[in-house]
Ligand binder design. Structure first.
Ligand SMILES: [Zn+2]
Length: 342
């Protein structure tokens, strides 16, 4: 435990402790041992556990003051590189690991979608080989203002590549050559993980540790750590076509699927933006209710998803529907309420 020297602003730590300790304190057996030897008689305190690993924590205790297991940092969800602006404290290790292992893939994904939609100025990195040219070279595909694809065979003009220069000169006056382009597709498993992590942090922000310690919270963390599969084959599906259909308003953030009844599930709609071109798309992650049965039922939803047109569903924003009635105080209760009343 360190003395809490950190770059995070004190008011950020304070707001996290005040907001999330309300739910953490209901699970003494899940966190007290991380901070106290005598868990039966802990002193008065406020605590926060990294929602991703549940190992590293922050504590404020009257006699000692602030203590931390490790340094923390604000994690953007979705990542800042695709326009994410919501932030939450996670330990630095979790923040760095997600960045290294999968968060970056969302940028690749949205760039590819922008390109495939012929968005002007969208570009993709590629590699190419050509007849009578030794080696494989980086190239770049760009959509021009008329929606046509332009190929740049030397996107970085400063690199020293005499064979390539000779080939480019040759290609200006001759046509007896073939170019073969290869382009790396984003890793869909990594894309899914990055989206599921964003959904997980959205749920944590809304329900606190009640979500984190539910069966579903636990299973989501297992999925992120490669210990299980997500029950829906591909937890994300792209709602862009609905979002762009006139007259249909697609709510963002934490929503739930009202109709059809067999689909009943929480759904987190995440807006991804390609900053370079302004192209945006909505991805959705289904998060089931808190119990084991809810988790298992998600695979039935996948079957239905494959069969039904996306436009036949009705999505409602959770806060709009529940906060107004002052009944928005917990994952379990809300879910029961949703299922009982409908
Ligand atoms: Zn962590």
């Amino acid at each position: 435990m360190t003395d809490g020297s950190t770059n995070i602003k004190p008011e950020v730590i304070k707001s996290h402790l005040l907001t999330y300790f309300k739910s953490l304190k209901n699970y003494p057996d899940k966190y007290l041992h991380r901070f106290f030897v005598d868990t039966a008689n802990p002193p008065e305190h406020f605590a926060y556990l990294c929602p991703l690993c549940l190992m590293n924590g922050i504590i404020v205790e009257q006699t000692i003051g602030l203590g931390m297991h490790a340094d923390f940092s604000l994690d953007h969800y979705p990542p800042e590189s695709i326009g994410g602006f919501q932030k939450i404290l996670v330990c630095k290790k979790c923040n760095n690991d997600a960045g290294t292992f999968y968060d970056f893939s969302l940028k690749e994904k949205i760039q590819q979608l922008a390109f495939n939609n012929s968005t002007p100025e969208a570009s993709l990195n590629s590699k190419f080989i050509a007849t009578n040219l030794t080696g494989r070279y980086p190239s770049k595909l760009t959509i021009d203002k008329d929606g046509k694809i332009e190929i740049s065979l030397k996107p970085n003009p400063d690199i020293h590549a005499p064979f390539l220069d000779k080939f480019i000169e040759y290609s200006k006056d001759n046509h007896d050559y073939k170019i073969e382009l290869t382009q790396k597709n984003p890793d869909e498993k990594k894309v899914s993980k990055a989206l599921v992590k964003t959904a997980y942090l959205t749920c944590f922000d809304m329900w606190g540790y009640e979500f984190v310690f539910s069966n579903t919270g636990e299973m989501v963390r297992k999925f992120l750590n490669d210990e299980c599969e997500y029950p829906v084959l591909n937890p994300s599906f792209w709602l862009g076509s609905i979002a762009k259909t006139e007259g249909i308003r697609l709510p963002l953030g934490l929503c739930y699927l009202k109709e059809p009844a067999e689909w009943r599930s929480f759904i987190i709609n995440i807006c991804l933006q390609d900053k370079e071109t302004g192209f945006s798309e909505v991805a959705s992650v289904l998060v089931p209710g808190p119990s084991k049965e809810d988790w298992e039922n998600l695979s039935n939803i996948q079957t239905l998803l494959n069969e039904m047109p996306i436009t036949s569903m009705s999505i409602a924003h959770v806060t709009e529907n529940l906060i107004t009635d002052n009944i928005f105080d917990g994952y379990t209760k809300d879910w029961k309420l949703l299922t009982d009343n409908n």
